[in-house]
Design a binder for this molecule. Structure first.
Ligand SMILES: Nc1ncnc2c1ncn2[C@@H]1O[C@H](COP(=O)(O)OP(=O)(O)OP(=O)(O)O)[C@@H](O)[C@H]1O
Ligand SMILES: [Mg+2]
Length: 577
């Protein structure tokens, strides 16, 4: 940290110029104080007009340089000024937002160097967790609302598989089959490759049995990541991300992701879904005094890693358009080039912490970062960017009029809230006593594709094994291997339908559910969980007669046994490949 005596005489040309450039009449978010030649200038306040916080931003820097603390600083100030905030807390270290800091010598030193008056304070925080995995109120999304494009991203599906998914979603929409969780989708796929569904499959056109099989296998993999916990209802209502306390503070929604940080594709796509839902649901807002919500996308590179071009375009488009709905998006990442150019070019605020120049990629990223800043005669940017101390950053932000302000080497303020995590047990208690808990803690079970298809096939839904159904797993693996039996062959050979039910003994299916008058929006408004379903269908019984073996195969134990056997076979097959 730079600790030279501050310049306080107010005559310094640099300080006066920077202070004037960043001065504004309205409320602001205060980032810190400008530095030059090792001196921190008390009067050179580097700040962003609150009204410009929907112009998006980037917080970048090497590991340990202060990105998360900067995020925390911005979030607590937005909250204090009545702006709700959403932040993805990847490592769990944002939970400190809820507590007032207990300043130690480092904070005190910083406060003194910057000439600040400093009062510790906590912010109102609502803790959320994806599908309840982690300390927080469970957040869920209906799979229909997720849509084929985002689901394809989560499944790491190729273009053929993505377009096949789109066809299946469209089919479900047309037939009034709500897709609420993974079971709904896997049951629909299984139905389409069953004897009963063959004609329907043909009517869809463009969806092959083989692709359906591969998709099923990918869904099994997704299930193994416990994804079914957060596909379902009640779906998160975006109103609950935009709350203000009775005393006018914006509530900070912290999505606690520490427990799922090993599943980045899943949670980053989920965040994208959230952003897209915000965009869809919010009305046009025009120019506002302050944003309606600011969304912080930490570890943003995870969103773009290996992302198909169409997905990146979709993100860029959402980011571009969501500004007019009053939502600001801040990307937080290590290297600025983690974020695609299309998105980078839309960012108004840049807080660049120290960059390292160890590798050729680092050096390239450093040069690229320099080129995105306005020209400056105050600093050698390439040099400064590698010399910045912890909690220092090179900043540029938009003025009130929307023009870029001069580049400022900035000593970043310490947040008023605690730096670092709060005990997860405490976070859990706070979540469970929050007003959101009674609304979201229990998953809702309602009629959806699974039950409807089961009725169509004349059976009650069989619980327990959602996409991980033995046939679901077996069939696609075989299809994907490109050799051996097809999905259908396997299903036939096993004597079971895709749902593990002996189809040959079933009565003819009743009329398709297409005639159903009321079709819930497949995107979001209803659902049930595989868990609750399994509970409610625990007493599942066959509708037809069969022999003892068939009876056993239809029982939960039988299905579990078949499941294990098939899993074993496919583990072997996988190893061979
Ligand atoms: N503005 C600040 N005021 C006071 N201390 C700070 C500030 N910024 C950073 N620090 C100190 O630096 C440490 C590391 O900061 P932070 O956790 O924000 O780094 P990071 O860039 O998010 O790292 P990572 O990439 O590993 O997530 C903090 O724990 C804190 O001690
Ligand atoms: Mg961090």
């Amino acid at each position: 940290m730079t600790t030279e005596a501050p310049d306080t005489d107010g005559t310094n040309e640099f300080a006066t110029r920077l202070a004037a450039a960043y001065a504004t009449d309205g409320p602001t978010v205060d980032i810190g104080r400008a530095m030059l030649d090792g001196v921190t200038h008390h009067d050179a306040v580097i700040q962003v007009p609150l009204a410009m916080c929907n112009r998006h931003g980037l917080i970048a820097g090497a590991t340990g340089t202060g990105k998360t603390v900067t995020l925390q600083l911005l979030a607590e100030q937005l909250s204090a000024q009545g702006v709700p905030v959403f932040a993805a807390d990847i490592k769990g270290d944002l939970s400190g937002l809820v507590k007032a800091a207990e300043p130690g010598s480092k904070i005190n030193e910083r406060v003194e160097t910057m000439g600040l008056s400093y009062t510790p304070a906590g912010a109102p925080v609502q803790f959320w967790a994806l599908g309840g995995q982690g300390p927080g109120v469970p957040v869920r999304a209906a799979i229909g609302g997720f849509g084929p494009d985002l689901l394809a991203k989560v499944l790491d599906a190729n273009e053929t598989q993505r377009s096949s998914l789109a066809l299946v979603f469209h089919y479900a929409d047309q037939r009034g089959l709500p897709l609420l969780d993974l079971v709904d989708l896997s049951d629909l796929l299984k139905y389409l490759i069953s004897d009963e569904g063959k004609a329907e499959l043909k009517s869809i056109g463009g969806l092959s049995t083989q692709t359906a099989g591969v998709l099923l296998r990918k869904m099994v993999e997704l299930e193994q990541q416990d994804a079914e916990l957060f596909f379902g209802e009640p779906e998160l209502s975006i109103d609950h991300l935009m709350q203000v306390t009775p005393d006018g503070k914006g509530v900070i929604s912290c999505l606690e992701l520490a427990q799922v940080q090993d599943r980045p594709r899943l949670f980053s796509t989920f965040l994208m879904w959230l952003l897209a839902s915000l965009y869809e649901d919010l009305p046009e807002a025009g120019d506002l005094d302050k944003p309606k919500l600011v969304f912080f996308f930490d570890e943003a590179h995870l969103l773009f890693n290996d992302a198909p071009k169409a997905f990146v375009e979709q993100v860029a488009q959402t980011v571009r358009l969501i500004r007019s709905k009053g939502v600001g998006v801040f990307f937080v990442t290590q290297l600025p080039d983690d974020v695609p150019d299309d998105v980078l070019s839309q960012l108004g605020t840049r807080v660049q912490h120290a960059l390292r120049a160890y590798t050729p990629r680092d050096a390239k990223a450093l040069k690229a970062a320099v080129s995105t800043y306005p020209r400056t005669d105050d600093y050698e940017l390439e040099e400064v960017l590698t010399q910045l101390g912890t909690g220092e950053a090179v900043v540029t932000a938009l003025s009130e009029r929307g023009a870029p302000n001069p580049v400022a080497w900035t000593m970043v303020r310490p947040p008023q809230s605690q730096i670092g995590a709060v005990d997860p047990a405490e976070v859990k208690t706070m979540a469970e006593t929050s007003t959101m808990w009674p609304i979201y803690s229990e998953e809702i079970d309602r009629d959806s594709a699974r039950e409807m298809l089961a009725r169509k096939m004349g059976v009650e839904p069989v619980g327990e094994e959602p996409a991980g159904d033995p046939t679901g797993e077996a069939a696609p693996a075989a299809a994907d291997a490109g050799a051996g039996p097809s999905a259908e062959d396997l299903l036939r050979d096993s004597g079971l339908s895709a749902d593990g039910v002996d189809l040959s003994t079933l009565p003819p299916p009743p009329d398709p559910p297409a005639a159903k008058a009321e079709k819930p929006k497949s995107t979001s408004k209803s659902k049930s969980t595989s868990k609750s379903r399994s509970k409610s269908s625990g007493s599942s019984k066959k509708k037809d007669d069969g022999n003892a073996v068939t009876d056993f195969l239809k029982s939960r134990e039988g299905r579990a046994t078949v499941n294990n056997v098939v899993r074993g076979i496919f583990d072997l097959l996988k190893k061979k490949r």
